[in-house]
Design a binder for this molecule. Structure first.
Ligand SMILES: Cc1cc2nc3c(=O)[nH]c(=O)nc-3n(C[C@H](O)[C@H](O)[C@H](O)COP(=O)(O)O)c2cc1C
Length: 226
């Protein structure tokens, strides 16, 4: 009997590890990409999401990237030449390559990723796309295996997207077919292995003050409920 009980106990799922925030604080990666500075809705929402996460995770550390004020370079032939073993053509490229490496390291290290993402021309701002081009890297954040693509980001991450857009793309909106914004972000995050994604959305922001105020109030309430 004693042996049986020992065997049953051994079969139980391992106890869930509790995280000591003093020894191992939650790491938040906060990214903004709106070019509208203090007038930006996505920036205000992403900041509030981060505040909520900090409140929920004592001692959380925050890495902030403002892709509008400090954009990375777009990938170019000069980058590819270095990836293939060449030396950086100049100091600007060298610095940008170093930043590119940090962007990947930050994403891999983050427990929580908060992305302020306005819709520009039915998709994400080019600055955010440039960041994606730098972090979506074979061998670091994804790989192709026998069963197709596989995300390499460590499991357990959460992402929050603060989505803002002038029109309406949800429900039976005729513009839904032009929605390459949230679907794209969700898709590329999932491709890298990050599937726990919450979207906080304010849409219809260019449809008049009343519609805008209601959309922002709804998004704020969703943030408050996180
Ligand atoms: C360059 C640019 C392109 C835009 N393209 C679209 C678009 O394709 N569809 C849309 O619904 N709104 C579009 N908008 C409106 C923005 O999505 C909207 O103003 C949103 O509030 C911007 O986010 P932000 O307040 O965080 O800057 C565009 C705005 C800018 C500045």
């Amino acid at each position: 009997m004693f042996t049986l009980i020992k065997k049953l106990l051994a079969r139980q799922a391992p106890a869930k590890q509790t995280r000591n925030p003093e020894v191992n604080p939650v790491k938040i990666l906060h990214i903004d990409s709106s070019i509208l500075g203090p007038y930006s809705v996505s920036r205000a929402l992403s900041a509030d999401i981060v505040k909520r996460q900090v409140a929920a995770h004592p001692n959380a550390t925050i890495t902030y990237r403002d892709l509008a004020s400090e954009p990375t370079l777009h990938l170019s032939a000069a980058h590819i030449a270095v990836f293939q073993g060449g030396a950086p053509a100049d100091a600007t490229l060298g610095a940008d390559l170093a930043t590119g490496g940090s962007l990947i390291d930050e994403l891999i290290a983050a427990d929580i990723v908060v992305i302020g993402a306005p819709m520009y021309n039915f998709s994400v701002p080019s600055q955010l796309k440039a960041w994606i081009d730098r972090v979506c890297v074979a061998g670091r954040t994804f790989q192709y295996g026998a069963n197709g693509p596989e995300g390499l980001l460590p499991a357990g991450k959460k992402a929050f997207i603060a989505s803002s857009r002038g029109g309406v793309y949800t429900g039976d909106s005729p513009a839904a077919v032009l929605e390459h914004h949230e679907t794209y972000l969700r898709g590329v995050l999932a491709f890298m292995g990050l599937t726990d994604v919450t979207v906080i959305r304010a849409e219809g922001l260019n449809l008049g003050e009343e519609v805008k105020a209601a959309a922002v109030a709804k998004a704020n309430a969703e943030v408050a409920a996180l």
